[in-house]
Design a protein around this ligand. Structure first.
Ligand code: GDP
Length: 616
């Protein structure tokens, strides 16, 4: 059906509920394709709706929504997961069908994967250390020496040695960040609560995250060695949050521990296994190509991209062709948490993997591809999809009307950021913290790109296009990129402490709200002689008494301490016969104040400029 539309162009219309499915990062061309329209007409219609876009530009969901509503269509954006599923499907990889097709015989018990969460300072790190050091097997081999992002310990339970995997980055931020990317790695959460402090805001936050993810919780009541520790109170407090201790008739295991004195650690591990056995059916098929998640990754000078991967099902072997997010490669070598090489890794096993061509992000899914070529193609297609989605996001989401109005009121204030760091965990932590800065509605903070590794030409180009600031955390410029940044005037800041970066950004955001100015005195000069000139106005032959006098700065004239002329400008400045831009203290000069001629010997000329006041 053709009907006249906005702007007099003709576009086939939907009936109000005709569904059009689009991928993220689609353009008007893609939309036009689906409804059999001329892209140019869509450009026109969109223009009349107050938005300007070219036919090939990636648009966001809102823009498509507006356009579609006008034309009688309903837009359904294909989710990133669906898109990826389709992509893998085109390579004959169907993870869901693969799982559905597994029979009971294929499945074998796998160790639980545990994340330690809780309020800051309640002892998460200490507890992870204590657990690490209790491992008998590791003890014989010299202990767990490497921080690879996860480790496995073994616990003898009912006569059987059973491994337990711990994610070695405490806190629910990492947990949530991974979950936000669709990666559920945690089977059981240990909620650490200090017995001398009690339930705190982050305790509840952690608990909410775990419950939302349907992850059973074991409570570690920590610091029981401390005076004033009240473990019973913790049990009582947590009943309010549906965590009722077994001894009170509930089904949550509470274990009193002291991470510092290594007390109760064995009981805690026991509780983890009991909870896993009671609440979960942890099984996976080890006899297939590995599927897993990247939990930490960084770029190592000598070894290249180093990623710690948690295998979730199947077995990962040295030599396997792998793809993790947009990174691909072949497993060159694998190491465990003891720094020992391993040749294969089964379900729930964390391993450090060498051989990826680039650095994946924490939470990226990892899978083994039938051959390296496939891995590369999947990675490339993902990267293209990511780029398109990024472009869609980058487009200013503001209508012409809004824009003019907002501009007039000085309300458009967006701080765009590019974040680069040495490890993906740091980049994510920094981004999370930055996005949490509260500066009200007037200012918008947008992270337009983030990644691991040196600051590259691509980062600078992005920053140039979007007027962004680049934050480098423990990284440097790649070769020759510094010159480019200089040339383009891109502000690049380097940090090695996260809080400093946050402070700076916060200050910048506050500064952008509305800068406040204050007057700063630049210099004073005393008039020694007045040269009268009808052509140039009077010139004050002066000596600079303090600071310096600069041309084109603001000035006022004082006589006997009183202001007799204000808001003047140093219009001319001479040293002898020559023009000068500045004259310093102790030197003589000739000052012209434009049409202001009321000058006398002994007058003081004071100059100042307005400076932005730092916010407190
Ligand atoms: P996190 O912020 O939750 O990772 O907490 P940390 O593990 O860094 O511990 C915070 C502080 O509490 C540190 O000074 C630890 O030494 C101390 N701490 C941790 N566990 C215990 C414990 O069982 N007993 C005592 N007395 N102090 C502890």
């Amino acid at each position: 059906m053709q009907a006249p539309s906005l702007g007099g162009v003709s576009v086939p219309r939907g009936n109000g509920s005709t569904v059009v499915r689009l991928r993220h990062g689609s353009s008007l061309n893609d939309f036009a394709d689906k409804i059999d329209a001329n892209p140019a007409s869509l450009v026109t219609v969109l223009f009349h709706l107050g938005e300007m876009a070219t036919a090939t530009q990636s648009l966001d969901e809102d823009t498509f929504g507006t356009l579609a509503a006008e034309l009688g269509y309903v837009i359904e954006m294909v989710s990133a997961e669906e898109e990826d599923r389709e992509l893998l499907g085109s390579f004959d990889i169907d993870l869901e069908a693969e799982e559905a097709g597994e029979s009971d015989e294929d499945l074998q018990a796998r160790p639980p994967v545990v994340t330690v969460m809780g309020h800051v300072d309640h002892g998460k790190t200490k507890l992870l250390d204590a657990i690490r050091s209790t491992d008998v097997v590791a003890g014989e081999a010299g202990g767990i020496t490497q921080h690879i992002g996860a480790y496995q310990v073994t616990k003898t339970h009912e006569g059987v040695e059973r491994p337990i995997t711990f994610i070695d980055t405490p806190g629910h931020e990492a947990f949530t960040a991974m979950r936000a990317r669709g990666a559920q790695v945690t089977d059981i959460a240990i909620l650490v609560v200090a017995a001398d402090d009690g339930v705190m805001p982050q305790t509840i936050e952690a608990l909410n995250h775990a419950q939302a993810a349907n992850v059973p919780i074991v409570v570690a009541v920590n610091k029981v060695d401390k005076e004033g520790a009240n473990p019973a109170k913790i049990r009582q407090q947590l009943t309010e949050y549906n965590l009722v201790a077994e001894e009170y008739g509930g089904d949550t295991m509470f274990v009193d521990v002291s991470a510092k004195q290594n007390l109760g650690i064995d009981e805690l591990l026991e509780a983890v296994l009991l909870t896993a056995d009671a609440a979960l059916d942890l099984r996976a098929n080890p006899d297939k190509d590995a599927r897993g998640v990247a939990i930490e990754a960084n770029l190592d000078k000598g070894r290249g991209a180093v990623a710690t991967v948690l295998v979730q099902s199947g077995t990962l072997h040295v030599g396997d062709a792998i793809v993790a997010g947009t990174a691909f490669g072949r497993v060159r070598a694998m190491f465990d948490e003891h720094g020992d090489t391993v040749t294969e890794a089964g379900p729930s096993r964390p391993v450090q993997v060498l051989g990826l061509a680039s650095v994946p992000s924490a939470g990226d899914t990892l899978l083994v591809a039938p051959e390296e070529r496939t891995a590369r193609q999947i990675a490339e297609k993902r990267e293209a999809a990511e780029r398109a989605a990024l472009l869609a996001k980058r487009r200013k989401r503001i209508s012409l009307e809004d824009f003019t109005q907002a501009l007039a009121q000085g309300k458009v204030e967006t701080l765009n950021l590019v974040i680069k760091g040495d490890v993906s965990g740091a980049v994510e932590a920094l981004e999370d913290a930055l996005l949490k800065i509260d500066v009200g509605d007037e200012v918008d903070l947008r992270v337009i790109h983030r990644g691991v590794g040196a600051i590259t030409q691509n980062d600078v180009n992005l920053a140039t296009v979007d007027n962004a600031i680049i934050l480098g955390f423990n990284v440097k410029f790649a070769e020759r990129v510094e010159e480019l940044a200089d040339r383009e005037g891109v502000d690049v800041r380097f940090y090695s402490v996260i809080y400093q970066a946050i402070d700076d950004v916060e200050a910048a955001l506050k500064g952008m709200l509305k800068p406040e100015y204050e007057e700063a005195q630049l210099g004073t000069a005393e008039v020694r002689e007045v040269f009268r000139s009808s052509k140039f106005g009077n010139i004050a032959g002066s000596i600079v008494r303090s600071g310096e006098i600069r041309r084109n700065t603001k000035a006022r004239v004082l006589r006997g301490g009183k202001v007799i002329g204000d808001n003047l400008t140093i219009e001319s400045l001479k040293r002898f016969k020559d023009d000068a831009t500045e004259v310093r203290e102790g030197f003589e000069c000739g000052i012209g104040l434009g049409s202001f001629n009321d000058l006398e010997i002994g007058d003081v000329i004071e100059t100042w400029e307005m400076r932005e006041k730092p916010r407190s």
